[in-house]
Design a protein around this ligand. Sequence first.
Ligand code: A3P
Ligand code: MG
Ligand code: MG
Length: 385
Amino acid sequence: TNHLIKTHFPSMAQNNDVARFFIDVNRLTAATTQAPVKRPREFTCFSYDKNHRLHLDDSSLKWYYPPQAPDLPANLSAGFDQFDKYNSQDEHLDSLLTAIAHHEQQTGQPIDAKFVTWRGMMTKLMGAPYDNDGFEMNATLFQDCVFIEENWAGKAGREAVQNSGWKGPISQEQMEFWGYKFETLATIPRPWGETSREVIENRGNEVVDNKQQYCSVVRSEIGGKVLCLGGEVDAIWDYKPKEPGAKINWVELKTSKVIQSPRDRFNFNRKLMKFWAQSFLLGVPKIIVGWRDRNGMLVDIEEFSTQEIDERVRRESHSGDWPWRPWVCVNFASEVLDWIQQVIRADPQQSGVWRIRLDAKTKAIELFKVEETGHGKILTDDFVN
Ligand code: A3P
Ligand code: MG
Ligand code: MG
């Protein structure tokens, strides 16, 4: 059916028409080859400061320095009442576009990407074969490049439904805080050699915020499609190499509940798909898991190598419950990008806003036009000009 849709889609890229790409997990799983990929290389970066203001530099970069023996277990809820929380709003691609435009002006060269988006959107596209929730994105074509953003309105609606059944003793907000608290406990704002003992020892008393961020902007390739992705990286292991394009020892920090049963293990291994995809897309080689108990006590820290995650998951799975395969994600991402590009390019209008939607029930990616012309709010005037 995918083949039929592929050959017929040009006629579907019309008003009120929905193009559909059905996800055939069995076919994807049976594949014996994986679409070629190129290692992501950072070509620029930006930071948000304590007030979530944008700076086109690496000022919010953090260094990884895990809490040690006497500081573990640590209470991840400590300081929740002072959480300096960013009230997130729909920021579209604005800061990513600002960083790209700045880079283009500096080098005098436009980037060569055919897709520009946040790393989070690519994580969703890669994970679509295993996604039971669905997602919505907006896309627009500009100078033969497809720009993709989250459809924020659709996200709010889905989250309200997902969270409405929550009745646990600890609020969602507090559990979210645990992740940021772990970041505060496991990082320092300067390299280890330049950081005083006091700063390291005082990390438990720091006010936790989620306004500061360091974002890496990379060029990568999946199945021959050049992508430009922007995404947050939590910390660096050692130092940022001077040579452009060199491998960077990024660290992704995660918290997760300690594994106590086969069921827990299966759920964690399934969750590793997102950790893996997220890290794979920006070229983050290490994922640090902060193991916590159900009350938010951090009890242990474990290092995972991004490259070895899928082998580990395979080893720990029984034949019937192997939860995900990396080539399914990579090949699907490659196919769906090809398809999105072809449908959007075939549109005579050559502008307008498209919705990309995963219908989790029918396991189909839907693509249809929601605005006939313009670029919606996906592109800023500054960027277009
Ligand atoms: P953990 O996932 O480690 O618990 P990231 O892992 O992407 O660096 O995000 C850091 C933290 O932000 C997460 O910590 C979690 O607390 C919060 N977070 C990230 N994505 C979220 C989401 N979709 N919903 C709620 N909280 C989220
Ligand atoms: Mg993060
Ligand atoms: Mg993290």
